[in-house]
Design a protein around this ligand. Structure first.
Ligand SMILES: NC(=O)c1ccc[n+]([C@@H]2O[C@H](COP(=O)([O-])OP(=O)(O)OC[C@H]3O[C@@H](n4cnc5c(N)ncnc54)[C@H](OP(=O)(O)O)[C@@H]3O)[C@@H](O)[C@H]2O)c1
Length: 249
């Protein structure tokens, strides 16, 4: 893999998915900046694991919805590792889990803030440098709930859909600078949050999936390596669906 020596910033890296992506990038020789919001211990554990395995990592607390915090985080990453080559936007906004009639507009905005404003701030903070280097990778993580909507997720689904337009428009705007912008579209993933979903729901999703299981964080991390590396040099505005074939479109 042609990734050794690159520097990645992974947002929401204190999630299981973020941890898997960070650890796999580090195992390929990438220096990884681990962004977290509240779970310092989880971020510390990921950094420790990467270092124990001979990799390089740092951690930084930042709310991605704050432009100033994001700029500080990118600056700290540059101070530690010199640059940012790969940006992984892995934060989603707050999910309200309400019927449409119970949902208020501010809950739409809240989700858009976490998902789109967070990604916007991070892209803005790394853009100038990527432009000057004529090389950069932006990878946005989204949910295939957009392909297969379920009730009571309208604020999340709306913001996730916006991520598609955000990705494609940036791909068009930034391609001229050698920056690719792509999406990984994933399904229900086995993480620490999985116990919140009733077993019959998990079983139904696995049954409806051609590969007959739920996604694991490492499945998404493997796809990430393609978009992060030179193997995807001529791929932008693209969406790789990593969901075992559940939402074939
Ligand atoms: N989980 C799934 O089944 C699933 C399925 C399909 C797609 N996805 C997508 O995968 C990505 C990760 O979702 P997840 O469910 O795996 O994550 P998660 O377990 O809900 O964790 C959320 C992560 O985002 C961080 N975070 C939240 N708000 C933040 C903010 N304002 N600034 C900085 N960090 C913030 C959290 O940090 P702290 O924990 O430190 O507070 C945590 O690391 C999202 O793009 C989501 O749409 C998830």
């Amino acid at each position: 893999m042609k990734l050794a020596g690159k520097v990645a910033l992974v947002t929401g890296a204190s999630s299981d998915k973020g941890a898997a992506m960070s650890e796999l990038l580090a195992s390929e020789g990438v220096c990884v900046a681990i962004n977290y919001l509240k779970r310092k211990e989880k971020a510390e554990a990921i950094v420790d694991k990467i270092k124990q395995n001979g990799g390089r990592a740092m951690m930084w607390q930042a709310d991605v919805t704050s432009k100033e915090s994001v700029n500080d985080m990118v600056e700290a990453t540059r101070k530690q590792f010199g640059t940012v080559d790969i940006l992984v936007n892995n934060v989603h906004g707050k999910i309200s889990r309400k019927s449409f009639e119970e949902t208020v507009w501010d809950e739409y905005m809240e989700n858009l803030y976490g998902t789109i404003k967070g990604s916007f701030n991070c892209c803005h903070a790394v853009f100038e440098e990527m432009k000057n280097k004529k090389w950069g990778r932006v990878i946005n993580i989204m949910d295939n709930i957009v392909n297969d909507p379920v009730p009571k997720y309208s604020n999340y689904i709306t913001a996730q859909s916006a991520l598609i337009g955000f990705t494609r428009s940036l791909a068009v705007d930034l391609g001229v600078y050698g920056i690719t912008v792509n999406l990984i579209n994933t399904g229900f993933t086995l993480t620490e949050k999985t116990p919140h979903a009733p077993p019959h729901v998990q079983e139904a999703i696995a049954r409806q999936t051609p590969l007959k299981r739920l996604a694991l964080p490492i499945d998404i991390a493997k796809a990430l390596l393609f978009y992060a590396s030179d193997w995807s040099d001529f791929v932008t505005g693209n969406c790789l669906i990593v969901d075992g074939g559940k939402a074939m479109r």
